[in-house]
Design a protein around this ligand. Structure first.
Ligand SMILES: [Zn+2]
Length: 460
C-alpha cells in the first residue's frame, strides 16, 4: 500500500458521457459521471456527477469534451492478416474458397512479416480505443517457429494488454483437412511449443499484461488427437482454450461428413465444453446446442464484420447470452474484415444484430457491454472491462469533434450510431499509450511503409 501511496492520483474529470461497462449499468453509470481517479495501474475511485474526488489529486485531466469508456477488448484476431487485406483472388468469396486462396500466400510468412503485422494491427486497434487484444496465430510454416515470441515482444513494447493464443494446424489436405502441407505441424511439435510458451509467458495474476491460451485453428484443420491433447495440456497449465466454431454451413457439413457429428458434439467429444473455452463466431447452432453451450458457460467472440463480409451468417448473441454463454466482441482477422477498428465493430454489431433481434433489444449500451465487460468475461478476466474502484485503469476517451457528430444529442449513442473511428486518448494499466492521435499517426509513417513493402513482397 505504501508503494501505491507514492503514485500520483490522476482524476479523469467530468466526461460528457460515460459507460461503465456493466449492462445493468444505470446506477454504475451515475456513480462515475464525474469521472474516475487513477493511481498506479488501477482505478481507485469513481466520482459521482457534480462531485469532487474524495481525496486530493495530483493532476486533473479535463475530459468534459469527451466520452469515457473502459478500454475496448478485442477477443479474436489474426494480426498477420493485415498483410493480406483485399487480395484479389480472395475477395468476393465465402470462407472455404477464401481460405484456400490465402493459405499458399500465408505459407510465405517470415519473422519480419509477423513483427510488422503485429505492430500495425495493434496500433490500428489502439487508435480505435482497444486496450486489450486477443490474437489467434495458427500459421507456423518452416522457419516461423517463434511467431508468438515475436508477438509477445511487440505487445510488451507497445504497453498493450494481450492474450496471445498458440494456434495450430495439423490436418493437411493429404489427411482430409483444408490447409496445404506447407502450413501444418506435427502434433508433438505443437504440444511441445505450447508448453514452452505457457511456461515462458503466461501470467495469470490480477493485472496481468500477457496471458497465453491454446487454440487449434478449427475442426477442419486439426486432428481429433490434437484437440484432446490440447485440452489436457490447457487444464494442466491453467490455460484457456480457443478455436473457430460453427462459422459456416460448410463447416457443419464438413464435420458431419468427416467426423460423423456436428461441431458442438465434436467439441464435447474432445472434452472442450466448459467455462475455459471461447469460440470465434458461433453462428450455426440449433437451440439444443445453444442450451448446452450456455450450461457450460462457453464464451463466444462475436465477429459481425467478418461474418457479413464472408456472408457466413448472424451470431445468435442474445439467445447464447440468455442460455448462459459469455458474449464478447471481436474484429476477426484483417483479411476477413479488412480492418481492425473496434469502435467501428460496435456499430456493425448493432446494425447486424438488429436484423435478427430488432431495434429495441439491440441498444448502443448492449454492444458497448459486449466490447467491454462481456469481452473481459470471454477472456476470463475480472480485472478489466469495467469502470469501478480496484479494476485496472484501462480507459478510452473519444472527442466528438468531427463532422459526423455535429448535431447529435446523446453523446454515448453518437459514438456508436454516428460511427466514431478514433480515440482522443487511451490509457492501459494507468499509462497513457495515446495522448495525441495526430502525433501518434505521424510516428507510424515508417511502420506503414515497412508493412506495405512486406505485404507486396509476400504476394510477389
Ligand atoms: Zn478468425
Amino acid at each position: 500500500m505504501s508503494q501505491l501511496a507514492d503514485e500520483p492520483r490522476i482524476w479523469i474529470a467530468n466526461p460528457m458521457a460515460v459507460f461503465s461497462g456493466a449492462m445493468s449499468g444505470e446506477d454504475a453509470e451515475r456513480d462515475c459521471r464525474g469521472g474516475v481517479v487513477v493511481q498506479g495501474t488501477r482505478i481507485v475511485e469513481c466520482v459521482a456527477g457534480g462531485q469532487q474526488a474524495s481525496l486530493p489529486v495530483d493532476q486533473i485531466v479535463d475530459a468534459s469534451d469527451a466520452v469515457l469508456l473502459p478500454g475496448l477488448i478485442n477477443t479474436h484476431h489474426h494480426f498477420y492478416q493485415t498483410l493480406t487485406r483485399c487480395v484479389p483472388s480472395a475477395i468476393n468469396q465465402e470462407l472455404f474458397p477464401w481460405l484456400q486462396s490465402l493459405y499458399p500466400i500465408w505459407s510465405g510468412l517470415s519473422d519480419k512479416h509477423i513483427e510488422a503485422a503485429t505492430e500495425l494491427a495493434c496500433w490500428e486497434l489502439m487508435l480505435s480505443g482497444c486496450s486489450t487484444v486477443a490474437d489467434h496465430h495458427y500459421v507456423f510454416n518452416q522457419g516461423l517457429s517463434e511467431a508468438i515470441d515475436i508477438q509477445a515482444e511487440v505487445v510488451g513494447r507497445l504497453g498493450l494488454r494481450a492474450t496471445l493464443t498458440r494456434g495450430s494446424m495439423s490436418l493437411s489436405q493429404k489427411d482430409g483437412g483444408l490447409p496445404p502441407d506447407s502450413v501444418v505441424q506435427t502434433e508433438q511439435q505443437i504440444l511441445d511449443d505450447s508448453l514452452r510458451l505457457a511456461r515462458r509467458y503466461h501470467d495469470a495474476a490480477e493485472g496481468s499484461m500477457l496471458q497465453l491460451a491454446l487454440a487449434p485453428c478449427s475442426p477442419f484443420s486439426v486432428t481429433e488427437d490434437l484437440m484432446r491433447e490440447t485440452a489436457i495440456l490447457a487444464k494442466q497449465q491453467g490455460l484457456r482454450l480457443h478455436t473457430h466454431l460453427a462459422e459456416t454451413i460448410d463447416e457443419n457439413e464438413f464435420c458431419l461428413r468427416k467426423l460423423g457429428m456436428r461441431p458442438v458434439d465434436y467439441l464435447e467429444h474432445c472434452d472442450w465444453m466448459g467455462p475455459q473455452t471461447w469460440l470465434a463466431h458461433g453462428i450455426h447452432f440449433n437451440s439444443e446446442e445453444i442450451h448446452r453451450l450456455g450450461q457450460h458457460q462457453v464464451g463466444i467472440a462475436h465477429c459481425p464484420t467478418s461474418n457479413m463480409l464472408l456472408a457466413s451468417g448472424i451470431c445468435p448473441t442474445l439467445d447464447l447470452a440468455a442460455a448462459g454463454c459469455k458474449v464478447g466482441l471481436a474484429v476477426d482477422g484483417s483479411a476477413s474484415n479488412d480492418g481492425s477498428n473496434m469502435v467501428q465493430e460496435l456499430r456493425h454489431s448493432l446494425l447486424q444484430q438488429r436484423l435478427r433481434y430488432g431495434a429495441s433489444k439491440i441498444t448502443h449500451q448492449q454492444v458497448l457491454h459486449w466490447a467491454t465487460q462481456g469481452s473481459a468475461e470471454v477472456l476470463g478476466r475480472q480485472d478489466i472491462g469495467v469502470l469501478a474502484p480496484g479494476k485496472q485503469a484501462d480507459l478510452a476517451l473519444y472527442k466528438l469533434d468531427e463532422l459526423r457528430f455535429s448535431g447529435s444529442h446523446d453523446p454515448l449513442a453518437a459514438l456508436v450510431l454516428c460511427g466514431a473511428s478514433e480515440v482522443s486518448k487511451l490509457m492501459v494499466a494507468g499509462k497513457w499509450v495515446i495522448e495525441d492521435p495526430l502525433q501518434t499517426r505521424e510516428q507510424l509513417n515508417e511502420l506503414i511503409s515497412r508493412h506495405q513493402q512486406l505485404a507486396k513482397q509476400l504476394l510477389a
